[in-house]
Design a protein around this ligand. Sequence first.
Ligand SMILES: CC(C)(COP(=O)(O)OP(=O)(O)OC[C@H]1O[C@@H](n2cnc3c(N)ncnc32)[C@H](O)[C@@H]1OP(=O)(O)O)[C@@H](O)C(=O)NCCC(=O)NCCS
Length: 382
Amino acid sequence: MRDPNKETSPTDRVYPGLEGVLAGESAICDVEETTGGLFYRGYRIEDLAERASFEEVAYLLLMEKLPNRKELSDFREALAQSRTLPEGTPRFLKSIPPTVNPMDFLRTAVSFLGLEDPDRGSNDHAANVQKATRLIGQIPSLLAAFKNGTGESPPSDPSLSHAANILYLLTGKRPDPFSAKVMDVSLILYAEHEFNASTFAARVTVSSLSDMHSGITSAIGSLKGPLHGGANEAVMKMLLEIGGAENAERYLRERLARKERIMGFGHRVLKTGDIRSDIIKKYAKELAERKNDRKWFDLSSRIEEIMRREKGLRPNLDFYSASAYYLLGLPIEFDTPLFVCSRISGWSAHVIEQHDHNRLIRPRCLYTGPRDLPYVPTESRP
Ligand SMILES: CC(C)(COP(=O)(O)OP(=O)(O)OC[C@H]1O[C@@H](n2cnc3c(N)ncnc32)[C@H](O)[C@@H]1OP(=O)(O)O)[C@@H](O)C(=O)NCCC(=O)NCCS
């Protein structure tokens, strides 16, 4: 990797895509480039995925420590309360055309929630924690309201975990324990990944001392793109297009020959593999076996083999999440919004950290356009 300390000429100092640049300090998450390992506030992702719940992880990211029993129960209660959307929101949501993409819906809806948030005038730490907690509870209800098409979310079941409630809201059925576990693990894995594009967008936005909802609105806009969160949805569309493991070789060869990107593979930072992909793969496999429907998992495994052989590329988290969400009975267009349901925890932890140690993010660019052009009056221009 290039070393910014050794660069001398102005061109040498340009890092397209900020690749390899340490753009700030953070105590939230550590991504180990060489091993693909991942730690949230010092805890290994393997331990969190296996032993914690999403609620514990969200608490850890926001409050900088794992909750004790009472703290967890209070946090769960706060999330449950915020699942009921503020009074004016359903009316506003109803005015959004039902044909929009759910990511556009979420981006617009979160921006609206900022107008109704009781702490909207404050960026202080306590107000930010309140806003973050509310957003974590509210976002699945927004998605359910989108699905309903009436602006109203169906009622949540407060006895369910956050993950189980999401499945309940989106499928109308209380999930079996293993399905709820798969959703919980996926929420934990998606929760945080340091300075990825959407998190950085949130930090840039609030570094002007703008507010949490503005930062999260920016983040959702960034996540939507297929090179970032939009990849999980694109993966499932690809699996359906390929149709079965027997077609994978031909499909991939054709795409790779045209230099097309295969969604769900590669990563800007993790070039040797991603522990999150290994974890979700294990759950996707067990889910496929329990549901007695291995078609999408087998196709995914075949694609993984071919991509490793042909391009030396490893799957990222989005790859096996796609077939897992599909088997959980979730509409494909909800794959990226589910990423939002999880990453809201990491984004808001970053907004809080940015506000608590703020420095305006304002880099420079190397100007490459012309200079000293003569000004010609409008009437004399060709
Ligand atoms: C995530 C991603 C944008 C990172 O890209 P990056 O760091 O900019 O990597 P590069 O564009 O420098 O790619 C390096 C090489 O790998 C290839 N490559 C990277 N990802 C690829 C993919 N998914 N399919 C096919 N080839 C890929 C590039 O074409 C390039 O090959 P070349 O050197 O022969 O031109 C990229 O891997 C990608 O587009 N993946 C698909 C989308 C996706 O899954 N996004 C979710 C990310 S978590």
